[in-house]
Design a protein around this ligand. Sequence first.
Ligand code: ARG
Length: 452
Amino acid sequence: MWKGRFTQDTSSLVQQFGESVSYDWRLFPHDIAGSIAHARAQKVAGYLTEEEFSAIEAGLLDIRADIEAGQFEFKTSLEDIHMNIESELTRRIGPAGAKLHTARSRNDQVATDTRLYCRTQIDALVESLRGLQRALVNRAEAYAESVMPGYTHLQRGQPVTAGHHFLAYVEMLERDASRLLDARKRLNISPLGSGALAGSTINLDRHAIAAELGFDSVTTNSMDAIADRDYIAEILFVIALCGVHLSRLSEDLILWCSAEFAFAALADAHTTGSSLMPQKKNPDVCELTRGKTGRLVGNLVAILTAIKGLPLTYNRDLQEDKEPLFDSIDTLHLTLAVNTEMMLALTLREDVCAAAAADPMLLATDLADYLVKKGVPFRQAHELVGKAVALAIETKTPLDKIDLTTISEHYGNDTGEIFHLKRALDARTNPGCPNPRIVREQIARWQKLLSV
Ligand code: ARG
């Protein structure tokens, strides 16, 4: 493609080192769509005849069909997807193919293809996220009123319902989806026409090209448009963060499925056995979700590091953007799919959860609230309950069996009701609380939003 200036062929080691077609081949539908839009603009501007345009369009569509059918031979000697397609087009249709690259560079071409690819993938990822959200809402509904301890510092804190716990993850995933859609808005502008870095003296209608490709608008600085990989960094950040959310969910499930907690069980289909220990049932999907998150974070660091030292505009380093991008997108797709399936089959051991939540210590804060309602300042109430807790531990007596009236005159004979779990949950009437009524309202809200 650049033989004019050179007297030597590219070394085969350099070809091996520099090729990207082994992975960027997957940009082909976008590369072809971009080329057709670009060719159409050339026709409108008078640089291609009607016949030449038709030959280019038909040739590109044939190539697309061949790639889809697995009948296209990619050549690493042609470096990347762009040159593979262009060279094959010219081989097939002759001279018209040689006109396609007018007023275009691989620099604006790759930026266009990658933006189109990201746009498509964002839409698919948001769909997958919705799927996992629906599965979580499904479990939340099944266990809307199942009480369990809520933890801070992995120490029992206060009672919650399992429904509330599942919905916490629905919230996180909602933010991830909204971040992806936000990134989508920003990336959906056309860089085509930016050329190698400074546009072209051949002025094609950039807006028409953008409209054909479904872009909202065109980029407004050719140098920025060529050098910009922010959209990749943004997507990799959102994917890394989503991975972190899924990793935390995994960690909860790993704990819940341990003999020590025994709060939940995964289906056999979503666990693995041990080759040595016959009794084992391992939560490998959760562990792999947690483990793969390391790679998602690594991919974000890789792109940020690749960009940080680059002068404007294009530098070949930028070719290193694709492998982390593709890897993170593929990994998140599969992670979401397997977690969705696993979540739908998760069963909660409600009896074990209820027994753990029956620990009256979980309502020590409610007891302090009781004193506050009697007019005791909170700090003093905290101390008075602390004393009761210490006595309970010392005398090995459950907190609800301690005679509180011996500790302070502020305790009346009505403290018994504080230790009713249902009352404790029902008493939390503010938005966002684990009150089963509110949890049910939230489930209904999510079902509507996710069109369950
Ligand atoms: N394969 C290249 C990439 O992904 C396409 C752009 C090449 N541009 C160039 N000037 N060598 O970055």
